[in-house]
Write a protein that binds this ligand. Structure first.
Ligand SMILES: NC(=O)c1ccc[n+]([C@@H]2O[C@H](COP(=O)([O-])OP(=O)(O)OC[C@H]3O[C@@H](n4cnc5c(N)ncnc54)[C@H](O)[C@@H]3O)[C@@H](O)[C@H]2O)c1
Length: 220
């Protein structure tokens, strides 16, 4: 299984998959974290070197290195990305930087699609070869699931606020205003639990699943 992200939600998902006997290839740009996790979980986790998820060359190269190590890839959990929640116009009248918006779209949207399409092609080619068993982002879920029907399942997890390095940066602002029940940030292990439930349950397909404690997202 490929997990995109070596911090926060991605790291929790890697650890949960390995605990359950799975093997993971990490797709992330953070070399220090990737190498440290792979060293700690050696044998079950491969660090193929930094992967820029929005680059075809980089993702293809990392897929090849993962296949070399494990022989086969059966799926991907897209967790990595960046979070830049800002107002469109700041209080001082300045507009939000277009560069930041462009980078979020490049990594979170284009990166997710890029990884999905390359992994899906790999899985389908593999199914054909071995004749073995079948093995905005939310808007892509159902079209992708229908397009890849019979070969690959596609689900989206829509997390609320989780206590990761990214989530903790806005913890104080959001807790008081937004949380309902449970009245706390989510634990990355709860995200990982859902990711594994989707992997393990063959009826889950084409679905967008909220995991957010009924959070109300108003103004940040
Ligand atoms: N934590 C939350 O509350 C929360 C809620 C909703 C959505 N999300 C989204 O989930 C994703 C993961 O969040 P997190 O809290 O685990 O964040 P995190 O900062 O802990 O981890 C993000 C990981 O993505 C990697 N990354 C960044 N750019 C990359 C690139 N170009 N190629 C490959 N890897 C790259 C980083 O190196 C890091 O390891 C983000 O896209 C975030 O917007 C998070």
């Amino acid at each position: 299984m490929i997990v995109r992200g070596s911090s926060g939600l991605g790291e929790a998902t890697i650890r949960t998959i390995v605990e359950r006997g799975g093997k993971v290839i990490i797709f992330d740009i953070n070399e220090e974290r990737g190498e440290a996790i792979a060293a700690e979980l050696a044998g079950s986790v491969v660090w193929p070197g930094p992967t820029d998820v929005a680059s075809e060359e980089s993702v293809t190269d990392s897929i090849d290195k993962g296949v070399e190590k494990f022989g086969n890839i059966s799926g991907v959990v897209n967790c990595g990305g960046i979070g830049m929640a800002q107002k469109i116009v700041f209080r001082n009248g300045e507009p939000q930087s277009l560069d930041i918006f462009t980078e979020v779209v490049r990594i979170n949207l284009i990166g997710t699609f890029n990884v999905c399409r390359l992994i899906a092609a790999h899985i389908i080619a593999n199914i054909k070869k071995s004749a073995e068993k079948e093995g905005g982002v939310a808007g892509m879920t159902l079209p992708m699931a229908r397009d890849l029907a019979g070969q690959v399942r596609v689900c989206t997890i829509a997390p609320g606020f989780f206590g990761t390095p990214m989530g903790n940066a806005i913890k104080d602002t959001i807790l008081e205003k937004h949380m309902i029940h449970p009245y706390r940030m989510g634990n990355p292990s709860e995200f990982a639990h859902l990711a594994c439930a989707i992997i393990e349950n063959p009826m889950m397909n084409g679905e967008i699943i909220r995991i957010d404690g009924a959070v109300r997202l108003g103004k940040l």
